[in-house]
Design a protein around this ligand. Structure first.
Ligand code: LLP
Length: 467
């Protein structure tokens, strides 16, 4: 890259919210990690999820090194778990593991993919507020390094399973207890998992005349010899752009750790502060900076431990979106363009693409905003106010609420939506029996399919009774 930001062949990196490998060439077409989007569309079809491998790996490294450096400075260590719910394929699991991350799973399916990728059980965590006995048994069988228990019922369920499974002589199962700290952070109520009035974790809030549910669960784990209490877990929300909540949650978790120590003499070794690091979805948005957040969190933990007179725990974090979100884009083909006159006289150009809410439910579910550009060419036409919509039978089937697109946007143009790597594919559906797009990786001028496109035959294969 030259000093003004242009690449050696004169291309211009588009910058955030696009991945670092997204460059508009001098011919007007966009390349991802050196591959022209027109070639991607010709080879893999559209819609397609496109992942910039180098960008994804660099984000994994950035989080790991930021937290390792900041934690070393205050005198402790850290493990970074990639939250597989954001997007999990075998290749993605291998990439993040090769970058020194572990993997956090939240179901038997995610666990199976991570194991199939070769990630050792000891480097996996298993989450879930309602894990099945099968899921718990698989975790025990495959030596999952931490099972994060989410209710009192589950503490006993897991301990009983260990007893039935391994007998009295077996090794205890490694357990963390997920607590809710009362810190509410993140972009949307549905994704703010530390509210008190929600299904996750055990509250730190004291119950009149008794211990908090969180302390009760910790005491129960300590009392069950089939379980080994590794630590305390807290996840405060998602798409967090204001880092202050992490420090407050850390202080509350550490106070709970001190209380457990005082009551039982048990000092847990680890504190997991979850994920939730926010990214840029729109031009001009500023993502959380890993170095800054790592320093703030490590310092908050160190200060709280000093004030409590406690030794530092080992830390862990679980970023998902911040690793994979910006590394992904979705490539669509424009099908129809329709000007619609609004009440106030303005005209909105509805641009329909060949996917929609089945490949990205986030705009419909959370009112999430995205950025899009025509990527197969440039245009001198004056921009128009556009809404990018999908092909589903629903007026809420919006891909991008509002974006300025060239006034001559037309059928056959390729349109890319930025920062769709997290919670796009992983929350996709077959609504209207659309087939799910492939996940295509692009690495140093080469593209390859990680997950193939679904076919109508796949749909029919599941539909087993004709009458
Ligand atoms: N750890 C735990 C325990 C979690 O519940 C989550 C996300 C993460 C880590 C990763 O959070 P991240 O770093 O990706 O923000 N579907 C929603 C997000 C739901 C997040 C649920 N838990 C969305 O599309 O925004």
């Amino acid at each position: 890259m030259t000093r003004d930001g242009a690449t050696a062949d004169g291309g211009t990196p588009l910058g955030l919210p696009w991945s670092t490998g997204v460059v508009r060439g001098t011919d007007g077409a966009v390349r991802v990690a050196g591959v022209d989007v027109r070639d991607l569309a010709a080879t893999h079809g559209t819609p397609a999820y496109v992942l910039d491998e180098a960008d994804l790996r660099a984000r994994a490294r950035a989080y790991r090194s930021a937290f390792e450096t900041a934690c070393a400075q205050v005198g402790t260590g850290v493990d970074v778990y990639y939250a597989g719910k954001a997007l999990l394929t075998r290749a993605v699991a291998r990439w993040v593991h090769a970058e020194g991350l572990r993997v956090d799973t939240a179901s038997g399916g995610e666990l199976a993919v991570a194991l199939a990728a070769g990630v050792p059980g000891a480097h996996l965590g298993l989450h879930g507020n309602n894990k099945s006995e099968d899921e718990l048994r698989t975790a025990l069988d495959t030596g999952v390094g931490r099972i994060i228990v989410d209710s009192l019922v589950e503490v006993d369920r897991l301990a009983d399973l260990v007893r039935a499974h391994r007998g009295d002589g077996g090794a205890p199962a490694p357990v963390m207890v997920r607590v809710t700290t009362g810190v509410h952070a993140g972009g949307h109520e549905f994704i703010s998992t530390a509210h008190e009035d929600q299904k996750f974790g055990l509250s730190l809030a004291a119950v009149p005349g008794g211990d908090s549910p969180a302390l009760t669960a910790l005491l129960r784990v300590v009392a069950r010899p089939e379980l080994r209490l590794l630590g305390i877990h807290s996840h405060i929300g998602s798409q967090i752009l204001d880092p202050s909540g992490f420090a407050v949650a850390a202080q509350r978790v550490l106070a709970l750790r001190a209380e457990l120590h005082a009551r039982t003499g048990v000092l847990v070794d680890e504190v997991d502060l979850g994920g939730g690091y926010g990214i840029a979805y729109l031009p001009g948005e500023v993502p959380l900076d890993p170095d800054r957040i790592a320093k703030e969190v490590a310092q908050a933990v160190a200060d709280a431990c000093r004030d409590l007179g406690q030794p530092l725990p080992r830390l862990s974090i679980e970023p998902g979106r911040a690793i994979v979100g910006p590394a992904g884009l979705t490539l669509y083909t424009v099908g129809t363009v329709k000007p619609v006159r609004l009440e106030d006289g303005r005209v909105r150009t509805y641009v329909s693409v060949d996917g929609g809410m089945s490949d990205n439910i986030r705009p419909a579910l959370y009112g999430a905003h995205y950025h899009a550009e025509v990527v197969s060419r440039t245009s001198d036409a004056a921009p128009v106010l556009a809404r990018v919509v999908g092909k589903h039978c629903e007026s809420g089937d919006v891909v991008v609420h509002e974006v300025r697109l060239p006034g001559d946007v037309r059928a056959g143009d390729l349109l890319a939506v930025a920062a769709t790597g997290a919670y796009g594919r992983s929350m996709s559906s077959n609504y209207n029996l659309l087939t799910r797009p492939p996940v295509v990786a692009v690495t140093a001028g080469e593209s390859r399919v990680l997950v193939r496109r679904e076919t109508v035959d796949d749909l029919l294969a599941l539909d087993v009774a004709a009458d």
